[in-house]
Design a protein around this ligand. Structure first.
Ligand code: C6P
Length: 427
């Protein structure tokens, strides 16, 4: 049987990769060493295609005005474009109503919005919030702050040595006292894809609400909130900058009745219905959660990013990344001294590979690879509990997106072989 690695790249990939790469001029640049950029830090942030860059310019050049405030042409146009972007995001994740899409700045703010707007209002001392050991700090710290302020109990579903969650333990950790389960769909540190159905079913059985951290799932695989909602998911948080859009635009999807039951997060302009010297009343969802002038231009550019991904098809995006990841798992396993953390197959992981190279500090790996043009992330990846569980201070992490090729994986592997030779790795 012909293995994937034996096939020419063009037969393996679900779309025309060369055409896609032409949309990302940054992929042609050289880094300071003079080497051609091989960008493998996509879990931190993606690159942006010319279509998104053009949309940013078009907005500021032709339509720039504040929204929801003016009757003049530019303000009306800007408002329409902003609300069209909301509708595009709603369609992209299958939301029934654009009012269920709240624009924030990033995943972190989306999770904090739920902690402040829902949890502070509805949770009492002794109530339990359940998260997991593989969460990003954004889905740990807000709950620790709430625990310290409100006397709630914070519990963790443990990680097993292969980077998956202990689902048996989850069944007993989620109890009648659990009011919220806040869980990642995919680990940014290890790439583990979490079987949400099992965890959400248990949460639903005890009447708990569920927040899904979609920062690493929405950009990389089909995500449909109708399906998630029918499982029992109430909130989905994600960031534009990991899915081709600019920095500073994030999304919280919530089920409308739940959003309507929440308090505002921040007070100010645009989120009110009336203000007197004594009191204020709130605007309807979503305006209630979008205090002050929002990030209009970047929301509109997010709409262009969503158009781009929709044209590719999220099934094809996932297929491409699974194939690249499968290839990379096998390629890196052959590099002397490399240990890959997490599940051994590309089926149960997204396009993220964390690894160590025997005896070489991850920062040194990152620095030497940079001289070859290869950009990876090194460190704790804002997931220190995962590092503690693995008993390592840090890892090196390569992460893939729509434009990465098997040639780039080869560049990573041969770069690592060179790092190994340089540092005298023998295994
Ligand atoms: N992870 C990484 O290199 P923000 O910063 O708010 O856009 O996203 C936070 C966040 C939340 N959850 C998960 C699963 C994430 O991966 C991230 C961001 C980046 O892994 C930057 S630390």
């Amino acid at each position: 049987m012909t293995s994937l690695a034996d096939l020419p790249a063009v037969e393996r990939l679900p779309y025309d990769i060369a055409r896609i790469r032409r949309d990302f001029p940054i992929l042609k640049r050289e880094v300071s060493s003079g080497a051609r950029l091989v960008y493998l830090d996509n879990a931190a942030t993606s690159q942006r295609p010319v279509q998104v860059l053009a949309e940013i310019t078009r907005f500021y050049r032709d339509h720039n005005a504040n929204i929801h405030r003016g009757v003049h042409t530019l303000s009306v146009e800007a408002t329409e474009l902003y609300e069209q972007a909301r509708a595009k995001v709603a369609r992209f994740i299958g939301a029934a109503d654009p009012r269920e899409i709240i624009f924030t700045h990033n995943t972190t703010e989306s999770i904090n919005l739920v902690a402040h707007g829902w949890a502070r209002k509805h949770l009492q001392p002794g109530d339990e919030v359940v998260i997991s050991e593989i969460e990003h700090h954004s889905n740990i710290v807000p709950w620790q702050m709430l625990r310290d302020e409100r006397g709630i109990t914070l519990k963790y579903i443990p990680m097993l040595p292969d980077g998956t969650l202990d689902l048996d333990a989850a069944r007993s950790i989620i109890t009648d006292r659990t009011r919220l389960v806040s869980i990642t769909a995919m680990s940014n540190a290890l790439g583990t894809i979490v079987p949400l159905d099992v965890i959400v079913a248990r949460a639903r059985a005890v009447g708990a609400l569920v927040l899904v951290d979609g920062a690493q799932s929405v950009p990389h695989m089909p995500v449909d909130v109708q399906t998630l909602g029918s499982l029992g998911v109430d909130f989905l948080a994600f960031s534009g900058h990991k899915m081709l859009a600019p920095f500073g635009i994030g999304i919280l999807w919530g089920r409308l009745p739940v959003l309507e039951s929440m308090d505002p997060f921040m007070g100010g302009g645009d989120m009110i219905l009336t203000v007197s010297m004594e009191r204020s009343t709130w605007a309807d969802v979503p305006a209630k959660f979008e205090a002050g002038t929002p990030n209009v231009g970047d929301a509109i550019a997010l709409g262009a990013a969503v158009d781009y991904l929709s044209a590719l098809g999220m099934d094809a995006v996932r297929r491409h990344e699974r194939e690249i990841t499968d290839y990379a798992l096998r390629r890196l396993a052959d590099v002397p001294g490399v240990t890959i953390f997490g599940v051994p197959d590309a089926e149960r992981r997204g396009g993220v590979i964390s690894f160590e190279l025997d005896g070489v500090h991850p920062h040194d790996i990152g620095q030497v690879l940079d001289t070859k043009g290869v950009a990876i992330r090194t460190g704790h990846h804002c997931a220190q509990p995962v590092m503690l569980a693995l008993n390592v201070p840090a890892t090196a992490r390569a992460s893939f997106y729509i434009y990465n090729t098997t040639d780039e994986v080869d560049a990573l592997a041969s770069g690592l072989e060179e790092v190994g030779r340089f540092f005298g790795v023998r295994k």
